[in-house]
Design a protein. Structure first.
Length: 116
């Protein structure tokens, strides 16, 4: 099963890529700040980790966006697709499983289970 890393420019992204490179795990890198993320991918990740986990609540851009003040799933999805810099990155996806941020413990479990 293919592993995808939706990346940005943050330190956690660098750590995640280094983690997989050191373990020689093949992955597909997608720069979401350059190419964005599709609705189906975003919905898949949201169903795996929860909608609230996807948002980078620490960023100034998030606090200034409309999605900071809404609970509507549709509004949040549309906002994240329009401005991918509001996403908490990296997003690591393996089929229907996903993580947001640097999560080596979860990735080790995936590796032990033979998923990656």
């Amino acid at each position: 099963m293919g592993l995808q890393i939706y990346c940005g420019k943050g330190f956690d992204t660098q750590k995640a890529e280094r983690y997989f490179k050191e373990r020689r795990v093949a992955y597909q890198r997608v720069d979401v700040l350059k190419y964005g993320i599709g609705r189906r991918e975003l919905e898949s990740v949201a169903s795996a980790v929860g909608m609230q986990q996807l948002c980078d609540r620490e960023s100034k851009a998030f606090r200034e966006s409309v999605i900071a003040y809404t609970q509507s799933r549709e509004t949040i999805l549309a906002g994240l697709m329009e401005k991918p810099q509001l996403l908490r990155l990296p997003i690591v996806r393996c089929g229907k499983l996903a993580t947001v941020g640097y999560c080596p413990d979860v990735w080790e479990k995936w590796k032990a289970d033979g998923l990656i």
